[in-house]
Design a protein around this ligand. Structure first.
Ligand SMILES: Cc1cc2nc3c(=O)[nH]c(=O)nc-3n(C[C@H](O)[C@H](O)[C@H](O)COP(=O)(O)O)c2cc1C
Length: 316
């Protein structure tokens, strides 16, 4: 059993990343039920909605699950109290300083992992006392690091910088990709895009179908002046690209983005006006599967890949 499985009490070191408008109790419980670790994405939920999702997840599975909390969440105090009141055991924080809340969560017996995009921040995680770190590369869907470091370069750098249990994220959708990150020093993977496109994801059908038909090069990292975000090209993204090309100011970009665009795109399926967040790896998948099918396929592929790299040449 590796350190990630041990830390979270799970069968496979596969984490389903917290994802706004995709990962409610249904997806999180399905992933946990299949032996991975499902995370409820609190970023798109009012505190009381989160409470409801936690209770439904507890009712749907007796396996461990967790909650992802982006630290820029506006009502963060209320949200943190709910995590404690509802006896959540695992929290993955992101988009903020790990020092702020790690102590509070750990005092309440909660295991904490934090998402970083550089080895510098991985060291800060270690100093803040987190239990594990997720290193997320440039390929990933959703909000992204400013450094634009790819997963292939980031994982060995973070491995060198810290001895914490390490999960790789960004561009991982298959067992062979998982195996590659293990060769670089990861002990688990956090997967977003592939789970966003499963049957249990709460994303709109239009969004899922669009993403299951993307080709290589169909996503782009934009909104760099605000918070770099990987988006599907076309629709609203074209307006963002045009504004960025003419050097629009931060204020102009904020106004163009407005409010509620991610909900509009991902949850309501408005492909023209919505913000469509997805990772580069989407172009590898064409079929909408269940979370359980995804996990089984990844584990099988991982094992086959392991045998191939270990014994491949001698079998010829
Ligand atoms: C639609 C979407 C929404 C996301 N929302 C969040 C979020 O709310 N909080 C967070 O920490 N990461 C978020 N992410 C990032 C994922 O948790 C995960 O780290 C990332 O998707 C991994 O890379 P991949 O997309 O290549 O699998 C999101 C990703 C996607 C695709």
């Amino acid at each position: 059993m590796n350190r990630i499985c041990q830390l979270f009490g799970i069968q496979y070191p596969i984490i389903q990343g917290g994802m706004v408008w995709c990962s409610g109790w249904r997806l999180a419980s399905a992933v946990s039920h299949a032996g991975g670790l499902g995370l409820i994405g609190a970023g798109s939920m009012h505190p009381e909605v989160l409470r409801e999702h936690i209770r439904k997840c507890q009712a749907a599975t007796d396996k461990p699950f967790g909650v992802n909390v982006p630290l820029m969440y506006p009502e963060i105090d209320a949200l943190m109290n709910i995590l404690v009141e509802e006896h959540v055991k695992i929290v993955f924080t992101s988009a903020g300083n790990p020092k702020t809340w790690t102590g509070f969560l750990k005092e309440h017996g909660i295991k904490v992992a934090h998402v970083v995009s550089s080895s510098k921040f991985a060291v800060k995680c270690e100093q803040a006392g987190v239990d594990a770190v997720v290193a997320e590369g440039f390929e990933a869907g959703g909000h992204n690091g400013r450094e634009e470091t790819t997963t292939l370069c980031l994982i060995p750098a973070v491995r060198r910088a810290t001895s914490l249990p390490l999960m790789a994220a960004g561009g991982i959708g298959t067992g062979s990709a998982m195996l590659a990150t293990f060769a670089l020093g990861a002990e688990g993977v956090q997967i977003g895009t592939r789970f966003a496109l499963t049957k249990e994801s709460s994303a709109h059908e239009n969004f899922k179908q669009l993403c299951l038909n993307l080709n290589e090069g169909d996503t782009k990292l934009l909104l760099k002046k605000l918070s770099p975000t990987r988006l599907v090209k076309g629709g609203f993204t074209t307006a963002v690209e045009e504004a960025e090309a003419r050097g629009a100011s931060v204020e102009e970009m904020k106004e163009l983005l407005g409010k509620g665009r991610a909900k509009k795109g991902i949850f309501e399926g408005d492909l023209k006006e919505g913000e469509l967040e997805i990772g580069q790896v989407a172009s590898l998948f064409r079929e909408m599967q269940t979370a359980e099918e995804v996990i089984k396929e990844i584990i099988e592929d991982f094992r086959k890949g392991y045998q191939a790299v270990t014994f491949g040449s001698s079998q010829k």
